[in-house]
Ligand binder design. Sequence first.
Ligand code: C2O
Ligand code: CU
Length: 570
Amino acid sequence: AADVEHTFVVSEMKMTHLCNETLVTVVNGQLPGPAIEVTEGDSVAVHVVNKSPHNITIHWHGLKQRLNCWADGVPMITQCPIRPGQNFTYHLNVTGQEGTLWWHAHVSCLRASLHGAFIIRPRHAYPFPKPDKEIPIVIGEWWSINLAQLGKNMEDGYYDDTSSATTINGKLGDLYNCSGVVEDGLVLDVEPGKTYLLRLLNAALYSEYYLKIAGHEFTVVGADANYVRPFTTDVVAIGPGETLDALVVANAIPGKYYMVAVGGQAPKPDIQIPATLSRATVRYAIGAGNSDEAAPPVAPEMPDQHDFMVSFNFHGNLSSLNRTGSPPVPATADESLFVVLRMGSICRQGRLSCKRSGSKESIIVETMNNVSFQLPAAAAATPLLEELYYDNRRNGTAGGGGGGLDQLYMLPDRPARPFNYTDRALIPWGPNEAWLEPTEKAAVARRFRHGAVVDIVFQNAAMMDTDNHPMHLHGHDMFILAQGHDNYDTVRDVAKYNLVDPPLRNTVLVPRLGWAAVRFVADNPGVWYMHCHYELHVSIGMAAVFIVDDGPTLESALPSPPVDFPKCNQ
Ligand code: C2O
Ligand code: CU
């Protein structure tokens, strides 16, 4: 195994797209940022040098971080942010995982420009024929508005901003132009008969994407750095935070073909938002039979972007490629949780009461079991992980006497109030305050014994009739046991659980107006964020922290924090 080192210099730079010059925060002057490419078992050190005016942390999305929670990169949950002018080195190990993951800033909307692929190759061989070439495909967004401002707007309850374009590997593509200047698109040069491994990730803040290449099929072989049983499809669906490995054989008539990404959208009547569309070109080499360089590329026929069944079916088709060494699915769970995902409303700050219909007085939040996540106030001084590690409740040292821990609110395993959303016809498009439950904010947490097998059913109560929720768990992979429409039914739906070859993922896409059931083993001591990967949803509270192993046992299980660990107040 090798030692791999990277230096990430975070700084601001000006970029111009669509006639607009925007200040963006990037790593090493690149958007998307540099890909980290390693072999399973390597040790990785990433030196982050923060030359930007922002507080930064980097999260290694999907890396299990076994006994390495200190390097998980979630501000005030696992670490103090790296402040402007400061440096910090993340030490990572990539044992037992193969495939495509990614890294991103875990600082509100800044991740829209601070992200890149994290590719882990096998030490020996792929469980499929070796591809001739590997190509990272990063689906993202271009925002003409300043991303730090966007983050503030979201937290203040303004969420009318939309991205200016969809991007593929940072390029907007030829569907976008301004004053006659057509944007560059990605061009992938291919040779007839060769096999390409596309390493796909969705770094967008907002949309799930459907991706197609005219005249070609994908054979999906991996998801979230776990191998899946190969299945062939002409369209892939990829939610925010998800990653996929897919083989594409250049077996069409030599020519040019568009690769199109279109954002999945709620069935809002008659509206197509053009900013959720981008295209790249797959080009066979001239001389390889492609004689007509001037001919326009062939366009794929895209699915209806309001058709959520494309995503439901795609996700339902994934199963794990069971191999020797694959972790077995535990037959039963030690604890189970039922989590309702939906919107709620709270009064704006300073108001003791507010009319539920007065949008000036109240603010919309996202909730899990009718509580909206907010960090404990004491977290302004010490990250939760440090507080727990030193068990500040008892010795009351750093963090001012353990205030943060005392404020944790234990996530109930049912919503505080019953709900009824089965009458879909009544569900209006858009945040209709009459449908919103009054709710509150708290530092939502849940403690698990080390080694506990945990079942979670996520019920997507989508009162806004909106999206799937890609629920992402740090530090663990989850077996996705089943998904369905409408209300989860304990008896009927448990019978559907796949306990033979469920896919293992770090993100479960909970279908809109439906549910998903997962099982995971809480075997990684630490404090792990669990949240929706739509930035709007997480920034207004669709999150919780999972605490695995607590207090004195956490201290004996985890090594001490790194010596150069950032401090919050100096
Ligand atoms: Cu990719 Cu907590 O996130
Ligand atoms: Cu969500």
